[in-house]
Write a protein that binds this ligand. Structure first.
Ligand code: HSO
Ligand code: ZN
Length: 437
């Protein structure tokens, strides 16, 4: 049974605090193993990748076959049914249009001292995207990672994807093609992250690595950070739904289970001021779970981490949501904009009964790579910004240097940095001589 809390009950705060602090992810400590794999890939390059791929994916590769050739790409992709292709194309187009709007502007202005200041944005040169194999190999996630990179102007986009027993997912390859991925390697795990960070004979290194993965991949990303940039380390998925009493309990049950089916560690929470709706949704979920393909995963997630909270009103529901800072926040209420305005901490907000979170996973346009485990308090979902960096610009006229330089000379002296002070003072002196004073 999911936990059930009522804000008017005396023990509410205790129950809520326990829910907030429950640790959902119990990832094994694989740091040492991963450090060994990274060192091996740095040492032996392609040969190490070939060994690990034989061992973990039961696939014999050579330096020539690490990369999936264009011919194989077109053959596999040609087998994708037209309806699947059309759906993926629609998704790609909408994701592209959304992320194009995110592109930030360069800025430049001249201030009252006469300094021309500003910044400009430039893309990272090469980005590497990790695509997991197995059950969590989502073509939609390929689009969500690769398209922002391309929109940002990344020149070289690399994908590493494990292909256990040589089996490739045609939709993953099609997503790579639609997003404009340049190179695809059939390598997975920590070894793939090491190869993209340090490079091998065949795989040139990248500057930034993004994408989800298992505990080994997550540990590898942590360990190569600094050598390359990485995106966030995402935890199990979450949804929080705030619903009014007149909402359809079957729809809400489906929305809750759409998160729960991702992972036994996923979390689905319903908050409502209507105890009757809370009961109806719990009953609907109980009916729904046995009908799902992933009944076991969804059932375990709902049993262990599911929560139903009954509040006095919507205002209180919004305040609780902020304390949770969910990855996905669904507002199934008559006036979702007003309620959204009352919340601050959420990775993505879905407004109204006809915007289920699942539509955001695929086709609405915003990114589905979002901050989990309460990190929406301080971070945001993946965007073009993850593939851009900002360079600041400053140009001083002689007059501007004369005006603000003396303060720099003073501060340099206070920090005991003589060359700093003189590098400014020497110029000020020349300016003074030139002006004849
Ligand atoms: N809801 C997941 C993303 C996803 N869902 C991919 C389906 N495919 C995490 O935001
Ligand atoms: Zn999903």
């Amino acid at each position: 049974m999911p936990i059930r809390l009522t804000t008017s009950a005396a023990d509410f705060e205790t129950g809520f605090a326990a829910m907030l602090s429950a640790k959902r992810e119990d990832s094994a400590d694989v740091g040492d193993v991963v450090a060994g794999i990274i060192a091996d890939v740095r040492d032996r390059g392609d040969a190490a990748l070939i060994d690990y791929t034989a061992r973990f994916d039961r696939l014999d590769l050579t330096a020539e076959t690490l990369r999936i050739p264009a011919k194989e790409m077109s053959r596999v992709v040609a087998g994708v049914p037209a309806e699947d292709r059309a759906a993926l194309e629609l998704a790609a187009e909408r994701i592209r249009a959304y992320h194009a709007r995110q592109m930030p502007q360069d800025e430049s202005w001249t201030d009252e001292a006469g300094a021309t200041l500003g910044w400009r944005w430039t893309p990272v040169t090469a980005a590497g995207l990790y695509v997991p194999g197995g059950q969590a190999s989502y073509p939609s996630s390929v689009l969500m990672n690769a398209i922002p990179a391309r929109v940002a102007g990344v020149e070289r986009l690399v994908v590493c994807v494990p292909t256990p027993d040589g089996v490739v997912n045609p939709l993953v390859l099609l997503a790579c093609e639609l997003a404009g991925v340049d190179e695809i390697y059939r390598v997975g795990g920590a070894q793939a992250i090491a190869a993209m960070a340090y490079g091998t004979e065949t795989i040139a290194p990248v500057d930034k690595i993004t994408g989800p993965g298992n505990a080994f991949v997550a540990a590898a990303k942590r360990q190569v950070f600094g050598r390359v940039g990485i995106d966030m380390i995402a935890g199990p998925s979450e949804v929080l739904i705030i619903a009014e009493g007149d909402q359809n309990p079957d729809w809400l049950a489906l929305d809750l289970m759409a998160q729960a089916e991702h992972d036994a560690d996923a979390q689905s929470i319903l908050i409502t001021p209507d105890a009757g709706l809370a009961d109806a949704v719990e009953q609907a979920v109980a009916r729904l779970i046995p009908t799902l393909d992933r009944a076991e995963i969804a059932g375990a997630s709902w049993r262990d981490y599911g929560a139903v909270i009954v509040t006095r009103d919507l205002e209180e529901a919004a305040a609780l949501s902020d304390r949770i800072a969910p990855e996905h926040l669904e507002l199934c209420v008559a006036e979702p904009e007003a309620l959204a305005a009352r919340t601050r901490h959420a990775g993505a907000i879905f407004l109204g009964a006809h915007t289920p979170e699942a539509v955001g996973d695929y086709v609405s346009g915003p990114n589905h790579v979002l901050p989990t485990a309460r990190s929406a308090r301080f971070s945001s979902g993946l965007s073009v910004m993850d593939f851009l960096k900002r360079t600041t610009l400053a140009r001083l006229t002689p007059g501007a240097l004369a005006r603000i330089g003396p303060a720099a000379v003073r501060l340099a002296a206070s920090e005991g940095l003589a060359a700093h002070g003189q590098s400014v003072a020497a110029r000020l002196q020349t300016l003074n001589e030139g002006s004849g004073t």
